[in-house]
Every structure is written in structure tokens, then in C-alpha cells.
Design a protein around this ligand. Structure first.
Ligand code: SF4
Length: 211
């Protein structure tokens, strides 16, 4: 895909949604961090149902650590992998309290040192909270980057690096949200909605339905 098409794609996504946001509900960087950890293999909707109740009771590293793993599990047991997520979150809260003054760090190495926080989660926090030009590639963005030929790659890291390099700089900060929403609601896995896609004429997917 050429640079002009890439620019057009993001111009249209930006015009359609000038202030894109994550669908995870949060009020503080810590709340977003926990929500993102919980979102692995779970929908944002299911995570929001859990965190709405959890954050009424505990929404700081101290408070969740004090809650303990067993109590935390009660709040999140509708989510997949909830036991390991609870264990990781309690361990991460302990580190945040003891080493980081209970502040979510704006630093990749420090974020990735927290249990349950991998590169993708760190990228979401660095991008959404600290507005850094990084790209968290989830299953939707991976599929979209490959289908459209925006940034094809065999691995998540390959797609991430290509997107960061190829997305026009003016659009990079918000690109994660535009792509994730487009992948979640339009360029869906089973049957992409090409007929109502606002970048249909720019997309290079060879197997568009009806083509
Ligand atoms: S045209 Fe179809 S395949 Fe291409 S981005 Fe839109 S929905 Fe996805």
C-alpha cells in the first residue's frame, strides 16, 4: 500500500471519529491498567461490568492489595482466566505500592516488570495515558493491518513495528483506537462489512465479499 492511501485511510477514520477513545471505562491511569490486564481474552463490556463494582470498593493499588486475591476473584469471576488475572493484579499492586509510590509509571520496562503486563498492555498505557506514539496490536488490529495491506506481517511485533513506521505521524497517537474500533465493528473477523466500510476503495483485501 502506498503512502497516499495510508494517509487517506487515517484522514477518513479521523474525520468520522475525531476523538476516539477506548471502550474500557476508567477514571485514573491505575484503573485503566487494571482494566487492560483484565481484558485479555475478555470483552471490554464484560470487563466494564466487573470494574464498575470493583472500583466502588477498591480503585488504588493499596486498596486492591488489601482486598486480597480471594476477594478480588469474586469481582472478576465472570472473566476468563480470572484466577491468574487476580493473582497477577495482587502481585502488581504490591510492586506499585512498594516500588513505584503507587503511581503507574510512564516507562515501558517498569510497566512490563509488573505481573500480567506484557508489551501490548504496556503499549495501551503508554499510548492512552501518556500519549506516546506507540501501537498496541491486538487481534483486531493484526487482522485489519493484514487484510487491508496497511502493514502486513506474520507476527504481532512485525505488524506493530510496521504500523509505527508507516502510519502518518499526525495520526499515530490516535491510530490504535481508530483501528481497533474499525476492526471490532466493521472489518470483523468472520464477514467484514465491506459494503458499509468507509475505506473500501482504499483497502487492498483481495477477498472482499461480493468481489
Ligand atoms: S473493505 Fe472490507 S476488508 Fe477492507 S477494511 Fe473495509 S471491511 Fe475490512
Amino acid at each position: 500500500m502506498n503512502a497516499e492511501k495510508r494517509y487517506q485511510i487515517f484522514s477518513r477514520l479521523a474525520a468520522a471519529n475525531p476523538e476516539p477513545k477506548t471502550e474500557l471505562e476508567y477514571q485514573t491511569p491505575f484503573e485503566l491498567l487494571i482494566a487492560v490486564v483484565l481484558s485479555a481474552q475478555s470483552t471490554d463490556k464484560a470487563v466494564n461490568i466487573c470494574t464498575r463494582e470493583l472500583y466502588k470498593v477498591a480503585n488504588t493499588p493499596e486498596a486492591i492489595y488489601a482486598l486480597g486475591q480471594a476477594q478480588l476473584e469474586v469481582f472478576i469471576n465472570r472473566l476468563g482466566l480470572y484466577r491468574s488475572k487476580a493473582k497477577h493484579i495482587i502481585e502488581a499492586c504490591k510492586i506499585l505500592v512498594e516500588k513505584y509510590d503507587s503511581i503507574v509509571p510512564a516507562n515501558r520496562e517498569m510497566l512490563e516488570a509488573l505481573p500480567g503486563v506484557g508489551r501490548k498492555t504496556a503499549n495501551v498505557i503508554l499510548n492512552t495515558i501518556f500519549r506516546q506514539p506507540v501501537m498496541a496490536v491486538d487481534t483486531h488490529i493484526f487482522r485489519l493491518a493484514n487484510r487491508t495491506k496497511l502493514a502486513p506481517g506474520k507476527t504481532v511485533r512485525e505488524v506493530e513495528d510496521r504500523l509505527v513506521r508507516l502510519i502518518p505521524k499526525d495520526f499515530l497517537i490516535d491510530a490504535h483506537h481508530w483501528l481497533i474500533l474499525h476492526g471490532r465493528y466493521v472489518c470483523i473477523a468472520r464477514k467484514p462489512k465491506c459494503e458499509s466500510c468507509l475505506i473500501e476503495d482504499l483497502c487492498e483485501y483481495p477477498a472482499k465479499p461480493g468481489k
